[in-house]
Design a protein around this ligand. Structure first.
Ligand code: ACO
Length: 430
């Protein structure tokens, strides 16, 4: 931590010095850790709009520029030249791997793709019509009941094994959740396939027919995974860190992250966005929906638009839009009506005063659903695919936190506005 300056807070005639830490990138950070002990006051920041909750070296976002860096590498460059497992290595270990390191890492992930056979029976306790996210939260949480040898968070080797297990098994579990909801038999992983291709295989192969992975689709899916791999201290990542700060086991922490991701303001937006675009249906109905999004009395929001940090184009949305064009073109369905509605919606919104003045731009979820739909996934699988892609980010952040000597249990305070002390009144006298 680089501390060069200090700020002075004056309160009731007394002055308090607050250290100011300089980051490698981004705004300076006021250190208020001793504020309550010294001045007897709390700070108030619901939604954490001005609060840095931790020190981190993994991901950097410049929301005004619309820039996203993983370990210093821009997402545009990674999306163009890298692939998902290489980005996983980068996020987990801090550097791009050598060829030998990459091959070793890919081998380790590949050897862990199967789940404990007993887990198959666990699935059967769920209703067939459960949302795959509901199943995913439950089954990932239950991993701690199956993998007892990687629960000790104080053992770096066990942390490593838990990390590899989750990166390897999340696609298997998500595919099983999908197969279960479709009433089809589970498909075991095929380790001759790459990460994305294997996931497509586990989702779409059936015992009665041969399934050949379409390389256009597996490349596009790999890119979607890369674009979702990590995103700094977002709601689900902060949930993982908070859960982990109590010493909870890694599987329980990732299950907590999945639960948080499900909400429509976060990872659930990809499902909500495609459903919205389909509901709009035709370009002529866009103005009606734009008007609803602007109406303060209508809870409707333009899904896939807006972001807490980006006040410019989400750089992931740009890549995703190009990918949507490319994939639908290669599949010969470039006249897809949903894509037409999405593009026209984006054009109209970006010229509209309401969206311009509030700096609302398309986010990563605006175009991802269109690609996933073209691949044959139902909308209910969009958020599970986000979850399996983000697992590496959650784990990298969790590992960073566990290794941090300054780490403490997360315990915010509050601005209490309830009743003052009252005397208990017996029920007969109320
Ligand atoms: N449509 C219409 N108006 C919007 C939208 C939207 N999508 N997003 C924000 N606004 C408006 C708000 O009504 C608010 O207006 P006001 O200042 O007049 O009250 C203003 O813009 C600021 O919005 P906040 O909700 O305060 O911004 P916040 O940073 O808390 O929310 C969020 C960000 C949750 C992403 C929001 O933009 C949203 O709900 N978007 C739609 C859901 C979505 O796409 N989520 C995915 C996010 S990316 C991800 O998780 C992968």
């Amino acid at each position: 931590m680089d501390t060069k300056t200090k700020a002075t807070l004056t309160l009731d005639g007394k002055s308090y010095d607050l250290p100011v830490h300089a980051p490698t990138l981004g705004p300076n950070v006021l250190d208020i850790r001793k504020l309550y002990a010294d001045a007897g006051v709390f700070t108030y920041d619901p939604g954490f709009t001005s609060t840095a909750s931790c020190e981190s070296t993994i991901t950097f976002i410049d929301g005004d520029k619309g820039e996203l860096l993983h370990r210093g590498y821009s997402i545009d460059e990674l999306a163009e030249h890298s692939h998902f497992l290489e980005v996983c290595y980068l996020l987990l270990y801090g550097e791009l791997p050598t060829a030998a390191q990459l091959s070793d890492f890919e081998g380790r992930v590949t050897r862990h793709t199967m789940v404990h056979e007993q887990m198959h029976y666990f699935f059967r306790g769920f209703r067939r019509d459960s949302h795959p996210m509901a199943t995913l939260v439950g089954v990932v949480g239950a991993m701690s009941a199956f993998y007892h040898d990687s629960l000790d968070i104080n053992d770096p080797w066990q942390r490593e094994v838990a990390a590899i297990r989750m990166i390897a098994k999340l696609p298997t579990i998500a595919a099983m959740a999908f197969k279960y909801s479709a009433g089809q038999p589970f498909v075991y992983p095929k380790n001759s396939l790459d990460y994305a291709g294997n996931f497509l295989h586990m989702c779409f192969a059936i015992p009665a027919e041969d399934y050949v992975v379409n390389p256009i689709l597996s490349k596009a899916l790999d890119r979607i995974m890369m674009l979702h791999a990590d995103h700094e201290q977002n709601a689900s990542t902060s949930t993982v860190r908070l859960a982990g700060s109590s010493g909870a086991n890694p599987f329980a922490c990732i299950a907590a992250g999945i639960a948080c991701l499900w909400g429509p303001a976060h990872g659930g937006a990809n499902q909500a966005c495609l459903e919205m675009l389909r509901e709009i249906g035709t370009v002529d109905r866009i103005p009606e929906f734009i008007a609803r999004a602007k109406n303060k009395d209508d809870p409707f929001r333009l899904m896939g638009f807006g972001h807490r940090v980006y006040k410019n184009f989400d750089p992931r949305a740009k890549v995703m839009k190009e990918s949507a064009d490319e994939v639908l073109g290669l599949l010969g369905i470039e006249n897809n009506p949903t894509l037409q509605v999405a593009k026209e919606m984006e054009r109209i919104a970006l010229e509209d005063d309401y969206f311009v003045s509030k700096k609302l731009y398309p986010n990563v979820d605006f175009y991802s659903g269109i690609i996933l739909d073209a691949m044959g996934f139902p909308t209910s699988m969009f958020t599970p695919i986000f979850a399996l892609s983000r697992t590496v980010g959650w784990i990298s952040q969790w590992k960073e936190m566990i290794a941090d000597k300054d780490q403490k249990i997360g315990r915010p305070r509050q601005l209490y506005v309830g009743e003052k002390h009252r005397k208990y009144v017996d029920v007969r006298h109320r």
